[in-house]
Design a protein around this ligand. Structure first.
Ligand code: SAM
Ligand code: SF4
Length: 334
């Protein structure tokens, strides 16, 4: 007889997995310096990408067999894959919460269709509010379009709209307070992300990381903050602080200095169909081959259970035995 834990995806440390991150493409229309080189990034051939039917099948197995309740679409840049609303419509039929992470450049064109297809929540990445610096970081002169994309997401009724800012010392850390003010004015949560060693160029160094503690202190000087209790945060990666004057909240993703591996409930599916149990995993399960060789739902579920069963306690950034994954954030799916 099946026990309740057979209906859940539990690893060797008792963590229950309910959140699927799907990378729909490794391609991107930006070239953020902290993610990929300006030129020469190799792209997957089309036939290696999972089709929308294949992606939906894996998502369905996760929802039906293991009770997953959230799916986030990411990439690369998910909006560069053709007919993204078609995928969202298919995934919406599974009855779970659907979210998207995007660079925002095409949202004026697609936000309405994404919302109509069933998208609820959106995170938009923006690393500078200064046009010249934005271009320097992304290698694209697109700040105005991204700002307009944020408005388009709000107008389409996506809720919540959150902004992702990767903070890098000497690059954009002098804009922390500007971003806080921007979020307060727009009524959106800004989430500051500690720079992680996942750039394709492998140029990351520890001294470029601006820590959670420093971010909170610097913003708090301008707009006093208090921590939102951890009990409210659950398994969400962002630690939260609220403004004492009621002006909203900021989030911080402190992957480097305060890893949240203990409460991790995520698995990731790359665009080519590899299941990875951690952003920093150095192993993966080849679900594409299983799918294309005709595996049944039971066989897919068994393989996923075995892979997640082998999940480690946590990544080891900053420790001597940390091994960088050979893939970048854009190839794994952020
Ligand atoms: N293209 C979309 C975007 O930029 O939002 C989705 C994919 S991107 C890989 C997902 C998130 O990962 C973005 O918020 C991006 O800023 C973040 N990211 C990429 N490389 C990173 C790194 N080395 N350290 C921290 N965050 C990173
Ligand atoms: Fe593209 Fe997102 Fe990577 Fe920037 S962070 S290069 S927008 S995938």
């Amino acid at each position: 007889m099946a026990s309740p834990s057979d209906r859940q995806l539990v690893d060797g440390f008792g963590r229950v997995h309910r959140d699927l991150r799907i990378s729909v493409t490794d391609r991107c229309n930006f070239r953020c310096t902290y993610c990929m080189p300006a030129e020469g990034m190799p792209w997957l051939p089309r036939e290696d990408l999972l089709s929308y039917e294949e992606l939906t099948r894996i998502a369905r197995v996760c929802v039906e067999r293991f009770g997953f309740d959230g799916i986030r679409l990411t990439g690369g840049e998910p909006t560069v894959r053709a007919h993204l609303p078609v995928l969202i419509e298919k995934l919406s039929a599974l009855g779970v919460d659907i979210a998207l992470t995007t660079n925002g450049a095409t949202l004026r064109l697609v936000a309405h269709d994404l919302a109509a297809a069933g998208l609820r929540r959106i995170n938009i990445s923006i690393d500078s509010l200064r046009a010249d610096r934005f271009t320097e970081i992304t290698k694209r002169d697109e700040l105005a379009r991204v700002l307009d994309g944020i408005d388009a997401a709000l107008e389409a009724g996506l809720d919540p709209v959150k902004l992702n800012v990767v903070v890098m010392r000497g690059v954009n850390d002098d804009e922390l307070v500007d971003f806080a003010r921007f979020g307060r004015d727009k009524g959106v949560q800004v989430r500051f992300i500690e720079f992680m060693p996942l750039d394709a160029q492998q140029a990351w160094t520890n001294d470029q990381v601006v820590t959670q503690d420093e971010i909170v202190a610097r913003i708090g000087e301008a707009f006093p903050l208090e921590a939102v209790p951890e009990s409210v945060r659950g398994s969400a990666p962002a630690a939260r602080w609220r403004y004492l004057d009621g002006g909203g909240e900021i989030g911080i993703i402190p992957s480097v200095t305060h890893a949240f591996c203990d409460s991790c409930d995520r698995v990731r599916l790359t665009a080519e169909g590899e299941l990875r149990h951690c952003l920093f995993a150095t192993r993966q399960l080849d679900l594409r081959t299983l799918l294309r060789e005709g595996a049944t739902d039971d066989q897919l579920a068994d393989a996923i259970r075995a892979e997640v069963g082998a999940k480690w306690a946590g990544h080891q950034i900053n420790q001597v035995h940390f091994i960088r994954p050979s893939k970048s954030m854009s190839q794994i799916g952020g």
